[in-house]
Design a protein. Structure first.
Length: 291
């Protein structure tokens, strides 16, 4: 069994078309078909059902794909390890970030890039669910998000800090003089909220349900910068972690009173994946910058 055979198999699994897979791999269809047939002969099991020009995964193919992906990933990890010996002169770091924690990443990124300008960074913003999905599919090295518990056994969790949940309002409204505010008070106000996929919205929705309260949400939006622009008009209020509006002008955050009204910022990565040297150094800078 050869590594290239596994790559050919995974590409065919992804596209479910031998011709398209061969084109994507820059090889002939006959070469692809031959290599996959050799792999099936070695495994003594069919990986694909061949129905005319169409192919579908067999049950054995679906099960084998998990291990093939792991093997290809581990081989790739080995190459990354060797590149890291080059004193961080090359490499790529992919980080997923929820919008509320953007300032944490940007500060560390500025420091790191000053010392290691040749390292390429890819910063992906998204909801916690979106970022966790990408992490599970090896599309990100690490994610920075809010999570209250270490719930997945295959993840590594590193707690960074906590941030109170807060009512975010325009600095021009009469509410700006309040030191705290209750969920009961908030439920009477016109609210514009992040869309349901955001973990902050899910968190606060459960808090309202537990208190048997029904907030007046008139707008839901999946873009936080646009949401904040709406809040600045003074016509609506929203609920976010206090850290979300750090360095934002014309906005004021009022901590929400009550138990368990804080969120924990965490770094999350995969346990069984080699951590690139560039990632290790960057995360060390990030953590030290928070002290």
């Amino acid at each position: 069994m050869e590594l290239r055979q596994l790559k050919y198999f995974l590409k065919a699994k992804e596209l479910l078309n031998f011709t398209e897979a061969a084109t994507a791999l820059y090889i002939s269809q006959s070469t692809l078909s031959q290599q996959i047939k050799q792999l099936e002969d070695e495994l003594q099991v069919l990986l694909f059902n061949r129905i005319g020009k169409r192919i579908t995964l067999t049950e054995a193919g679906a099960l084998f794909a998990v291990y093939a992906q792991q093997s290809v990933k581990k081989a790739s990890d080995g190459l990354e390890l060797l590149k890291d010996l080059n004193n961080l002169e090359t490499g790529k770091v992919a980080i997923g970030v929820t919008y509320a924690l953007r300032h944490v990443v940007t500060k560390a990124l500025i420091l790191f890039s000053s010392d290691y300008p040749k390292i390429h960074f890819e910063i992906i913003f998204g909801t916690s669910q979106e970022l966790i999905h990408k992490l599970n599919h090896f599309q990100l090295d690490v994610i920075l998000t809010f999570e209250e518990i270490a719930s997945e056994a295959h993840f590594k969790y590193l707690e960074l800090f906590t941030s109170p949940m807060a009512l975010v309002t325009s600095s021009e409204t009469s509410l700006k003089n309040k030191k705290t505010i209750s969920l009961e008070e908030i439920s009477t106000l016109p609210l514009a909220m992040p869309a349901g996929g955001f973990s902050t919205t899910q968190f606060i929705s459960k808090a309202f349900e537990k208190s048997n309260l029904h907030p007046k949400v008139t707008i839901e939006i999946n873009d936080i910068p646009t949401l904040l622009e709406l809040i600045k008009t003074g016509k609506w209020h929203t609920i976010l972690t206090k850290t979300t509006i750090e360095n934002e002008k014309d906005l004021y955050a009022i901590p929400i009173s009550g138990k368990n009204m804080t969120r924990t910022a965490m770094l999350i990565s995969l346990k069984e994946v080699y951590e690139k040297k560039a990632v290790t150094v960057f995360l060390k800078m990030l953590v030290e910058n928070l002290k």
